[in-house]
Design a protein around this ligand. Structure first.
Ligand code: GLN
Length: 541
């Protein structure tokens, strides 16, 4: 019998629901239980693919080509899972399905309503995940804050699931903020009390309350939360500030949360095995070295735009006992003020992330040129890969007006061009080349050294590619194509062998990077940055 855990949040958003959900998953996993995680996003978009990363954070890409909320990335990394796109449920998907059914005549004669038709579709999707994943526990995080209008149908569906699945098979976890007053230092539980009341008004009585607070809550706050939340004191836990997110499952389990959850779900208590996780946390928190990386991007004002890339760099750093310090540099600044390029001297490595549209591309290419000419370790991902090709075509091959047709559709040298299958595509939703595709890695290359195998699968999200008409001229000038699609038609990895470390990929290695299992391109890049800093003649992997 599958067990269901539902996580809701109160008071305000960004209280760490995602981390709490992942942490509960981790506590169950370390006890030998199989888990999966669903993210509910109550917005009307069908998926996150059409949303601006500068406002909503990065779009995460799953193996099966889903463009999802970034929380899925958090779950995949914490729990070392590869989740399918059905694990991200949105209002858009629910209504699209129900309306299609209505048009088909499935509800003939009936008035189609939020309860039961919309709520039934929500429950069907949650159960579908349970059935397909064959796990012991399905965790569902409900996005937004309790009380939001758009979240109501989801909470109603979750409420009904207790009736249908049974008390012992469902667990409601509510997490809310406990502010501390500056003047008196008092911990205030009132906002949390209100959010619990709001939840009860909908018909959900939480079983566990997690207080999100700067510090460990005191006994007075704990007593009040239990009393007004109508739960025993040993069902109240505190998620306080810790040096890294990876400590959160450890501090919650120490307070007895894993034990309580197992008891409440009626599953056997088992001793959790934390040693591997602790080893990773230790390597992140006690580094011997540090490298400074300059990330030049269009969305540099919001770290969440690049969260998987940040994490992948940190996974790479942990493998080499190296702390990663990242400066986010707005690409356009390097266009307006060329003297700023000099500042790039301060970095041990230059990283160009994904991106879309013309804005900032010239600045990114200045940074790539700087890295190439000054032999600074360089890693480019997706747009970073494409712009490395444009920069090389212009400044090494002498094709002065080379460009991507995404930036200049009229360029006479379209070294980066729209993929043939993209021509004529009008719809923007889920129409890029998405998800995991096979890549053949060429022997005797840097890429082969890093991957150690000829066949890899990596995740993609793009419309443009290296134009075949320019392969020859690029190669003649020294650019090596070290990874291609199996049919040999598409370039996936490039490198400059005479440089200290110059590597770029059309795919996104960061989506498959995990704590303790860093992605090879990030792992290699971080080591190159470190070796360069330590004055070694070449990087050793
Ligand atoms: N804009 C480029 C493309 O669509 C790169 C996309 C990306 O960086 N993810 O091909």
């Amino acid at each position: 019998m599958t067990k269901f855990v539902f996580v809701t949040g109160g008071v305000l958003s960004s209280v760490g629901k995602g981390i709490t959900t992942s942490s509960i998953g981790k506590m169950l996993q370390t006890r030998g239980y199989k888990v999966t995680v669903i993210k509910i996003d109550p917005y009307v978009n069908v998926d996150a693919g059409t949303m601006n990363p500068y406002i909503h954070g990065e779009v995460y890409v799953t193996d099966d080509g889903g463009e999802t909320d970034l929380d899925l990335g958090g779950y995949e990394r914490f729990l070392d899972l590869n989740l399918p796109k059905v694990n991200n449920i949105t209002t858009g998907q629910i209504y699209q399905t129900v309306i299609n059914k209505e048009r088909r005549g499935d509800f003939l004669g009936k008035c189609v309503q939020i309860v039961p038709h919309i709520t039934n579709e929500i429950k069907r999707r949650i159960r579908l995940v349970a059935k397909r994943s064959k796990v012991d526990v399905v965790l569902t995080e409900c996005g937004g804050t309790v009380g939001d209008i758009e979240g109501l149908p989801f909470l109603e569906a979750i409420r009904q699931m207790r009736l249908e699945e049974g008390f012992q098979n469902t667990l409601y976890v509510h997490i809310a903020l406990i502010p501390i007053l500056d003047v008196t230092g008092e911990m205030k539980t009132k906002p949390l009390q209100h959010s619990v009341n709001e939840l009860r008004r909908i018909g959900i009585q939480p079983d566990i309350i997690v207080a999100r607070c700067r510090k460990m809550i005191d006994s007075e706050a704990l007593r009040k939360i239990a009393l007004f939340g109508t739960i025993p004191e040993n069902a109240v836990f505190c998620s306080y500030n810790v040096p890294s997110i990876y400590q959160v499952p450890l501090i919650l389990d120490k307070q007895g949360m894993g034990k309580y959850a197992c008891k409440r779900l009626g599953i056997p208590q088992k001793r959790p095995k934390w040693s591997e996780w602790k080893r990773f946390v230790n390597s992140v928190e006690n580094p011997r070295f540090e490298v400074k990386i300059g990330l030049v991007g269009k969305y540099a004002g919001l770290a969440d735009s690049y969260v998987s890339m940040n994490e992948a760099l940190r996974h790479g750093g942990a493998a080499w006992q190296t702390r990663i310090s990242i400066d986010y540099i707005k690409a356009e600044r390097l266009e307006r003020d060329v003297s700023r390029l000099e500042l790039l001297k301060n970095y041990d490595g230059i990283f160009i992330p994904y991106g879309f549209g013309p804005r900032g591309t010239e600045g990114k290419m200045r940074a790539i040129r700087f890295a190439r000419e000054n032999n600074v370790p360089f890693l480019g991902i997706c747009y970073g890969f494409q712009l490395a090709v444009v920069e090389f075509a212009r400044n090494v091959c002498g094709l002065e007006d080379a460009n991507s047709t995404e930036v200049n559709p009229d360029t006479t040298n379209p070294v980066i061009d729209l993929m043939p299958e993209q021509r004529g595509v009008e719809y923007k939703g889920a129409t890029m080349r998405l998800g995991a595709h096979k890549i053949i890695v060429k022997k005797n290359t840097l890429a082969y050294t890093l991957y150690g195998t000829e066949e890899i699968y990596e995740r993609h999200r793009h419309r443009w590619e290296v134009n075949r008409d320019y392969w020859n001229v690029l190669q003649k000038h020294g650019l090596v194509f070290s990874g291609k699609s199996p049919d040999g038609r598409r370039i996936e990895i490039l490198e400059l062998p005479d440089k200290f470390f110059f590597l770029a990929s059309q795919f996104h290695g960061e989506f498959k990077s995990r704590p303790g299992k860093p992605d090879p391109e990030y792992y290699g890049f971080v080591k190159a940055c470190l070796d360069r800093k330590l004055g070694n003649t070449k990087p050793e992997f």
